[in-house]
Design a protein around this ligand. Structure first.
Ligand SMILES: [Zn+2]
Length: 242
């Protein structure tokens, strides 16, 4: 994939996440720079629905903007830099505040896959509480120390909740993190409904492993094409990014 294609896909990812209700005026998605693994690309501070290609900025992994002068970056960009720094295999990161996931981060009720499409969120999504190490803050991850602590709690997992705030989803491709972000939100909705009905039977670790073992890139492509259509963005099948 060329850099131009990757940037265009990042705009599309922003529009998809907005269209699917995962992000609203807030929340963001980034990619590791396809030609410079020591950098990542993230929009300037703007609502995802409004983002254009000219809004995209490059950052070093310590989240310093590469261009000294320029647009105002997201104050929470440190989340992205810390995850890329800790996880060389990660190529894309989403941070969002989906209202569906918030209840799980503030009650101690574990969020776990309840259906096959949601297996990619991880067997048990942990929760990071900023107060444990940083005390009373405005809950935003606005410095490297908080972001590093969050990335450490995420570990090798695909997703983590943030108490009273939102979540982070990390993965090997932009399509994968958008897919898992949307299905993390759906899983939260489904688990909440099911809990109201009675005891919930979750996918077993073996079932989760079997789903992921048999999931090919076609699954992500099929979903991406559908979401592109709904978001009014062109679908580029050549831009498969793993
Ligand atoms: Zn946030």
């Amino acid at each position: 994939m060329t850099l131009a294609q990757a940037l265009d896909e990042l705009v599309t990812a922003n529009r998809i996440l907005a269209r699917e209700g995962v992000v609203d005026s807030f929340g963001h998605v980034s990619i590791r720079h396809p030609e410079r693994p020591d950098r990542y690309v993230l929009s300037r501070a703007r609502a995802p629905e409004c983002i254009e290609i000219d809004d995209l900025m490059e950052f070093a992994l310590d989240s310093t903007p590469i261009a000294a002068a320029g647009s105002k970056p997201y104050t929470e960009r440190f989340i992205h830099g810390a995850v890329y720094d800790a996880r060389p295999e990660v190529k894309a990161v989403v941070h969002h505040h989906s209202p569906s996931v918030i209840p799980f981060g503030i009650t101690g009720v574990s969020l776990s896959p309840v259906m096959h499409m949601c297996a990619g969120i991880g067997a048990r999504v942990p929760t990071w509480d900023s107060r444990a190490r940083f005390g009373d803050t405005n809950l935003l991850v606005t410095n490297a120390a908080m972001a590093s602590d969050l990335a450490g709690a995420l570990g090798a997992r695909p997703a983590i909740l943030m108490r009273g705030h939102g979540c982070v989803v990390a993965g090997a491709s932009l399509r994968e993190v958008v897919f898992n972000s949307i299905y993390l939100q759906l899983n939260a909705d489904l688990q909440m409904k099911a809990t109201a009905l009675g005891d919930v039977t979750f996918l077993t670790d073996g079932e989760i492993a079997a789903v992921l073992r048999t999931r090919g890139s076609f699954t992500y492509e099929r979903a991406w094409e559908f979401w592109c259509r709904r978001a009014g963005r062109p679908y580029d099948a050549r831009a498969i990014d793993g």
